[in-house]
Structure formats: C-alpha cells, structure tokens
Design a protein around this ligand. Structure first.
Ligand SMILES: Nc1ncnc2c1ncn2[C@@H]1O[C@H](COP(=O)(O)OP(=O)(O)O)[C@@H](O)[C@H]1O
Ligand SMILES: N[C@@H](CCOP(=O)(O)O)C(=O)O
Length: 307
C-alpha cells in the first residue's frame, strides 16, 4: 500500500487570479493499493459529496495517469483521510487531483516526471494556482500553457503565517467562477497587474509592509464577496489587528490574512473579536504555515499481489 500526504492550498493571494497560490500545512492522506479486482473507496470523515465510485475525484485523477502511461491495476482500493475542509476555497479538489496523480504515478512505476504531473494536474483542475503548490509545495507563480505549466516556486519562510477564517457554509468553485463577468474594464486589468507584480516582488524580497496594498483585487473579489456575508467585516478586523493583507482564499468562502512576527497577539485579538461579533455564519479560525514540500510519500508497504 502507498500512502501519500498532500497539502491544502490557497489560490489567488489577492491580485493573482488563476496564477498565484500557496500550499498550507493542512493535509489529506491518500492510501492506495492494487487489489485483485473492482474499486473500493472509503473516506474519513465521510461526506455525502465524496463519490465512492468511478466519479470520485481521486480515482479520476489516478485514471488520467493510468491512461497516460498505459498501465492499469487489476483492481484498486483507495482510502481517503481528509483534513482539508471541502468546498471552502482551500484547494480540496486540487489536493485530490495532485495527490491522486502523484499516488498513481508511484503505483504504476514512476514513469511521469514532476513536470508532467504538474501539467496533468493543472489541466484537470483547469488552472494551475492550487494544483501546482499542492504538488510541489511553496508559494507558486504559475501559468498553464498548451502543453506545460510555466512556474516559479518560492520557498516561504516560517516567519510568514497564514491566518485562515473558515465559515460553516460551502461555496463551490464552479459556481463562484460562473458568477464572474465575461469582460472587465481596462483600468481594472491595469489595477491587478500592478498589484500582482508588486506582490511577487514584495513577498520574495521580504518587504511585507507592501503586502496590504499588493493584495488588493478588482478581478474576482468584488463579485464573489456578495456571496460571503461579513466578508468586509473579517477583512477589516484583520487589517485593524495588523495583518499584512487579507483576501478571499481561492474562490472562497474562506478568507486568509497574512501575519508575521506578531501572530500570537493577532490570534488572541481575532479570537476575542470573533466571540463578540454578530456574524451571519460561524467562522473557524486557525493559523497555518506554508508547506514547502507538496505531495510526499507518507509510507510504502509491500503488497501481496503478484504479476
Ligand atoms: N477528499 C475528497 N475526496 C473526494 N472528492 C473530494 C474530496 N475533497 C473534495 N472533493 C471534491 O471536490 C469538490 C470541491 O471542489 P471545489 O468546489 O473546487 O472546492 P475547493 O475550494 O475545496 O477545491 C467536492 O464537491 C468533491 O466533489
Ligand atoms: N483561481 C481559482 C482558484 C479556486 O480555488 P479553490 O480552492 O476555491 O478551488 C478561482 O479563483 O476560481
């Protein structure tokens, strides 16, 4: 049996719609083994939206690898141990896709290179901003081209923390993409290019004072925040308590605030504020570090199946 550990991810990071994302230290574990025949899928905790048949996202990702390399297991057992909350903008689907591809490649003899796995994952997800950090870790700048992903991985220092606000309601990425406008104004494109470029420079040079300005966005947040009650309240309280920027995580509904050395005071202030605020939903709060490793083998046990 092969166990793979794959991180959550937060995409966009303010201005970098579909091209910037970071892996976070919150994980799913995918256990896979070849069996005599059939497909057995188990999951804990279980969730009705996790398919137990060929529609399961991890299985679908594994199948793209088997089709690519022309090797198929006789049967397959998949066990999912999920820590990443579903449909909250923390890359649960990208974790399934990148983790499934990584596990299938190991099971089928490691024929695909890292670059090939990154490309397959981004193609399946439709954008490379979650799948690439889920695969290789770090904070990634990535563009999906015809046959490859062009990307740069930045190893995030432990000093930078990601304060994550997770509400008790879901928002599917598909829905949150469909409500975006087909066209945007030239000035809004210019606004985002400037901020995304500034973000890339500021984060990689440690100029965190620039991050509140560099994480402003006009491409997706103005539209999506209407679907997230109290979005502005949470962003504003984070900035008041000294966050270096606060924005929607992926397509939402989770919100991320960037915090550096003073994260313990920040955490205390936020917890007190959340306990005393009138909010439409319940919001979970946790402080995470970036994961700089991506999908990794957790354990390998030899299987009794003989070919
Ligand atoms: N652990 C899992 N196992 C199987 N499918 C999953 C798992 N986690 C997420 N998914 C699938 O991904 C969907 C959520 O994807 P998406 O809407 O993109 O949200 P997210 O922001 O969490 O990636 C779920 O409805 C489910 O179909
Ligand atoms: N760039 C995508 C990112 C979606 O991330 P997810 O974690 O919500 O799946 C978008 O903004 O649609």
């Amino acid at each position: 049996m092969i166990s793979v550990k794959v991180p959550a991810s937060s995409a966009n990071l303010g201005a970098g719609f579909d091209c910037m994302g970071v892996a976070l230290k919150l994980y799913n574990i995918i256990e896979v083994e070849e069996i005599e025949k059939g497909l057995i899928i188990t999951s804990s905790p279980d969730d009705p939206s996790i398919a137990k048949d060929e529609n399961n996202l991890v299985f679908k990702a594994m199948k793209t690898v088997f089709d690519e390399v022309g090797w198929y297991p006789r049967g397959l057992r998949i066990n999912l141990i999920n820590e990443i909350p579903l449909t909250r903008g923390l890359g649960s689907s990208a974790a399934c896709i990148s983790g499934g591809i990584y596990a299938a490649n190991l099971l089928s003899g490691g024929k695909l290179s890292e670059e090939e796995m990154i490309y397959l994952a981004a193609k399946m997800e439709g954008h490379p901003d979650n799948s690439t950090p889920a695969m290789i870790g770090g904070l990634v700048f990535a563009v999906l081209e015809d046959k490859k992903v062009n990307y740069i991985k930045f190893v995030v220092p432990a000093r930078l923390k990601f304060a994550v606000f997770i509400p008790d309601f879901q928002l599917s990425t598909e829905y949150a993409r469909n409500i975006l406008p087909k066209y945007i104004e030239f000035k809004d494109a210019v606004f985002n290019i400037g901020r995304a470029t500034l973000f890339a420079s500021a984060i990689t040079t440690g100029n965190y004072e620039l991050l509140p300005a560099a994480t402003q966005d006009r491409l997706h947040q103005p539209y999506r925040k209407k679907l997230i009650p109290d979005f502005d309240k949470i962003v504003n309280l984070s900035l008041e308590f000294g966050a270096k920027g606060a924005f929607l995580s992926g397509a939402g509904p989770s919100i991320i605030a960037l915090v550096d050395e003073n994260y313990e005071i920040f955490e205390q202030n936020v917890k007190n504020a959340l306990a005393n605020m009138e909010l439409a939903a319940n919001w979970d709060f946790m402080i995470l570090e970036a994961d700089n490793s991506g999908a990794t083998v957790f354990s390998v046990q030899s299987t009794s199946l003989k070919r």
